[in-house]
Design a protein around this ligand. Structure first.
Ligand SMILES: [Zn+2]
Length: 482
């Protein structure tokens, strides 16, 4: 049991903090069991002095890749802003300690073009090396890695690029699942450190949006949650094997009380190789028949138009969502609104990659990048997420970016999309099952998933940073204390 003394209980509107009444909040049995001006501590109760700090609902990251984030923590950064040239990349790789595989992440072709196996050999020849493009779509491997992965024997596979002589170039497209099978690595990852890091940001639940999550992933998470290595509630998206066992039993999620949930089919689109319209429609219809929503990855205009057309054909189901919505032009707003779909977006990419977008993205399209305000004004539900490890896992960076829209060099990108701190916070405090929905209320009987700040909201809203998180509580258990 926990008793939080003298907190500002936040209900999601700025006005709630004008002359706030401080209250005490008691958590027991995983829920909030009392809220009152003055509660006396019970025997054995942990008492936390909030001293007027804001008590928020626990944050929910609506789109993250927990295992990839864990792997990234054990990887070398190979792209901007840390690494900006081939020379810097070579130095970083050659300075890499340890033995066995070198795993690089966050590569962008502005560093040294589309990497070729032989180019990588010039830097690392006696250790297997694989480098992931920051889009997550692609891996580059050196010759030793190509040999260990048996690329030559497998060159008939679609994602393994070959040159004119039918030799593998070392470029692998959308081959994560195959790669994972070849490497057999997931079990060795230290997910506990990742989960604790998220807890220190106030995150009490996450949606793992990895496309090839399956029933094995489900079992893996079950183990990691049981052992206490994963501290957050997890909602799993994934492939058909995952949703077929859901069979509608868990969806829609009325209230988040379970630690592990499933029930969303993740669909990747790649505008260079769009799937057959009819087949995708049938896939979505089947998911809906199983009471499962779909989440469609859309980072380009073409992907968005295609996704909206397919969903219109398949019919809509509550909980259907567009992931990223990286480019939503005005012409898509009306269709998006009518579809009732939620956009789960990442304003943090403006803060992390905004300067690169200003170079790479057509000027006319720049105002449409990672929009929030226009979508909200159009009545389209919007959820927030980090897409870590492709984005920074700190949700406060994303909340901050939604408010300020500043690029790394301090320029503003898409200024018309700026929202208030309260709107930005709401992106991360809606429930897992309803990313664009209202904030989870802190009321009697509610599940005790909470994030306590060390200062009142009127101060915190000007900072929006994870350093202000004083304590994180999931299901009435303290999972982080500063
Ligand atoms: Zn993602």
């Amino acid at each position: 049991m926990i008793l939080i003394k003298q907190a500002e209980v936040y209900c999601g509107r700025r006005s709630d903090f004008n002359g706030p009444q401080l209250t005490d909040v008691r958590c027991a049995g995983g829920r909030i069991v009392a809220i009152d001006k003055n509660l006396d501590p019970l025997d054995g109760e942990i008492v936390i002095e909030a001293n007027g700090g804001a008590l928020l609902p626990g944050l929910h990251d609506h789109h993250i890749h927990l295992m990839a984030l864990t792997a990234a923590g054990q990887s070398l950064i190979c792209g901007p802003p840390a690494v900006n040239s081939g020379e810097q990349l070579g130095n970083a790789l050659q300075g890499c300690g340890g033995s066995g595989w070198i795993r690089g992440v966050a590569y962008h072709e502005s560093v040294a073009g589309m990497l070729h196996r032989k180019q990588l050999d010039e830097w690392v020849v006696n250790r297997p090396l694989r480098i992931q493009h920051r889009s997550g779509k692609m891996w580059f491997v050196n010759s030793l890695a190509a040999k260990l992965l048996k690329l030559s024997e497998n060159r008939h596979l679609d994602g393994i690029e070959v040159d004119d002589d039918n030799e593998p170039t070392g470029r692998l497209f959308r081959m994560d699942e195959w790669l994972r099978g070849q490497l057999n690595r997931a079990e060795t990852l230290d997910v506990k450190a990742t989960s604790s890091l998220l807890a220190s940001f106030g995150v009490t639940s996450v949606t793992d949006a990895t496309v090839n999550n399956n029933d094995a992933t489900w079992n893996f998470y079950q183990k990691k949650i049981d052992s206490g290595e994963v501290l957050q509630r997890v909602l799993l998206m994934g492939d058909e094997s995952l949703i077929s066992i859901a069979s509608g039993a868990n969806w829609p999620l009325a209230e988040t009380t379970k630690l592990l949930e499933r029930g969303i089919l993740k669909i990747l689109l790649d505008d260079a190789a769009l799937p057959d319209f009819y087949q995708l429609t049938q896939r979505i219809v089947r998911a809906h028949e199983l009471q499962c929503a779909v989440a469609i990855h859309c980072v380009t205009t073409v992907e968005l138009v295609f996704a909206l057309a397919v969903c219109e054909e398949a019919g809509h189901f509550p909980g259907d969502r567009i992931e990223h919505g990286s480019v939503v032009d005005d012409s898509a707003l009306e269709v998006l609104y009518r579809s009732g779909m939620t956009v789960v977006t990442q304003p943090n990419f403006i803060a992390e990659r905004g300067d690169q977008y200003a170079i790479d993205v057509d000027t006319a399209q720049q105002p449409f990048l990672y929009r929030v305000k226009t979508l909200l004004d159009a009545g389209i539900p919007v959820g927030g997420s980090t897409d870590a490890p492709y984005g920074n896992p700190d949700p406060w960076c994303s909340i901050n970016a939604a408010v300020h829209r500043k690029t790394p060099t301090g320029a503003k990108l898409g200024e018309l999309e700026c929202v208030s701190p309260e709107q930005a916070l709401r992106l991360f405090t809606s429930p897992a099952s309803n990313p664009g929905g209202p904030m989870v209320p802190t009321i009697m009987g509610a599940v005790a998933d909470l994030c306590l700040l060390d200062r009142p909201w009127r101060e915190a809203r000007l900072r929006l940073q994870h350093e202000d998180v004083k304590m994180t509580v999931r299901g009435g258990e303290i999972i982080y204390r500063s």
